[in-house]
Unconditional design. Structure first.
Length: 256
């Protein structure tokens, strides 16, 4: 019996380490995606590297719903986020960027508050709020810090691109979603939703970019839409997460 318990404990530890390594890997991809989105904004509006560095501090609001896995991680994230926010407010923030930052914080903290209230409980606001927080932190705040004129149509386009990614993750998560989660793919057939996304993708790409770059962006978006299937979370975690990385490569190529 003792030997059995020891073996069971060792197996449990190995499983926890494996899960932890997978979470670290996925969180690293998400962090790269955030960095790519900041750089896309910098290249598009030709912002200074200093503005980019300061605005990157706003990434601390995202772990409120993106990276939380255990209570220990909760405490660590709260401490790091608190220090980053204080540093941001002391060194970089102006009135408009401060308002945008606190909007992102409020939406993040209330995203998965409890079973009775939280943006995650509503299928439509869930996608919209996550996309809004990404837009606030990686697009709007850098513009506000640089005192650059806010391009509302461009904000809407980037917001729409975030929504497309999130909906693909929703499709990939469909088999593991609890029945009463009421995600959008649960309300509409996944095939119908993918068809809608496939129609919207070329329009979105051509509004964001011109010529061959719009064609390449369209091709990649259609690739991830077609290949994303219910239960295929591994594909989504790599290729859907890489949408901003691919878009960033196109922006870099366009500079030369």
């Amino acid at each position: 019996m003792i030997i059995y318990k020891q073996l069971e404990a060792q197996a449990s530890n190995r499983m926890q380490k494996s899960i932890s390594s997978q979470l670290i890997s996925l969180n690293s991809l998400t962090a790269l995606a955030f960095a790519a989105n900041f750089l896309i904004t910098q290249i598009h509006f030709q912002l200074s590297p200093q503005i980019l560095a300061l605005s990157c501090l706003t990434i601390c609001v995202i772990p409120a719903y993106q990276f939380i896995k255990t209570q220990t991680v909760n405490v660590l994230i709260a401490a790091v986020s608190g220090m980053a926010i204080c540093l941001f407010l002391c060194t970089a923030a102006n009135a408009s960027s401060t308002i945008a930052l606190f909007m992102a914080i409020v939406f993040s903290v209330t995203y998965n508050r409890n079973a009775n209230f939280g943006w995650r409980n509503n299928p439509f606001s869930k996608v919209g709020i996550v996309a809004l927080v990404w837009t606030l932190t990686t697009v709007l705040i850098p513009l506000l810090l640089a005192n650059t004129t806010v391009d509302l149509p461009y904000l809407i386009l980037r917001f729409s691109l975030f929504c497309l990614q999130i909906l693909l993750f929703e499709i990939a998560d469909l088999p593991t979603d609890i029945r009463n989660t009421r995600s959008i793919p649960q309300l509409f057939a996944a095939r119908f939703l993918k068809l809608i996304l496939a129609v919207c993708a070329p329009i979105l790409a051509y509004l964001l970019e011109d010529g061959v770059f719009a064609i390449l962006l369209t091709a990649y978006l259609l690739f991830v839409i077609i290949r994303t299937k219910p239960g295929n979370r591994c594909f989504a975690d790599v290729f859907v997460e890489a949408v901003p990385l691919f878009y960033l490569i196109l922006k870099w190529i366009a500079l030369f």
